[in-house]
Design a protein around this ligand. Structure first.
Ligand code: C5P
Length: 201
């Protein structure tokens, strides 16, 4: 079975949680495409050229420590604006999407650029203050000692960069179903996504 679920949206809207739950529920493989940009950003922070780093990326790099830090997130969103970096990461994502058994990919441009013919497209959003609060709580659980205001500023800066870049900007595909998780708990948000996939199967 070839079946692709594309899940896009801004930082900390709930894409990751929803994607993992949908993948598990339907037995699909899952790729968090943000990890490709984070792993590239991390190599660039260590002094590598962005395009060379993207081309040299290996699956093992997606398991590296420290990819979830705010510094790596900012580096990721900067190099994600470079068309040559994005181009270097397309084939890996499309190959993953075409795998036998079906796949869920989450990111910013899955429904618009990577998998424009995905069977299901979701655009997951939430208010910026709510997304920043969730990310802050997550970071604190991992030992982060910074301020909420800093996390909010980081999330807003990253969203603006992702929305305003010329190549593959963050936006819903024309045929994407929007899920606003501002007022939804995890179970309700997952149930909405599962219902969309069920309807398409
Ligand atoms: O999803 P995550 O927060 O891990 O993504 C980190 C950064 O990678 C995003 O802010 C965005 O700039 C970039 N990204 C992207 N396209 C994707 C996934 C992530 O540009 N499909």
């Amino acid at each position: 079975m070839r079946f692709t679920v594309a899940i896009d949206g801004p930082a900390a809207a709930g894409k990751g949680t929803i994607s993992r739950a949908v993948a598990e529920r339907f037995g699909l493989a899952h790729l968090d495409t943000g990890l490709l940009y984070r792993a590239t950003g991390r190599r660039v922070m260590a002094g590598e050229d962005p395009v060379a780093a993207a081309r040299a990326l290996r699956p093992a790099d997606l398991e590296a420590d420290g990819l979830r830090s705010p510094e790596v997130a900012q580096a990721a969103s900067r190099i994600a604006a470079l068309p040559a970096v994005r181009a270097a990461l397309v084939a890996f994502q499309r190959d993953f999407a075409r795998r036998e058994g079906g796949a869920v990919l989450d990111g910013r441009d899955i429904g618009t650029v990577i998998c424009p013919r995905a069977e299901v497209k979701l655009f997951v959003t939430a208010r910026a203050d709510i997304r920043a609060r969730r990310r802050f709580d997550e970071l604190c659980a991992g030992g982060y000692e910074g301020a909420y205001e800093q996390v909010l500023a980081d999330v807003e800066a990253r969203d603006m960069r992702d929305r305003e870049r010329a190549d593959a900007p963050l936006r819903p595909a024309r045929d994407a179903v929007a899920i606003d998780t501002s007022e939804l708990d995890i179970e309700a948000a997952v149930a909405r996504a599962v219902a969309e996939v069920d309807a398409a199967l």
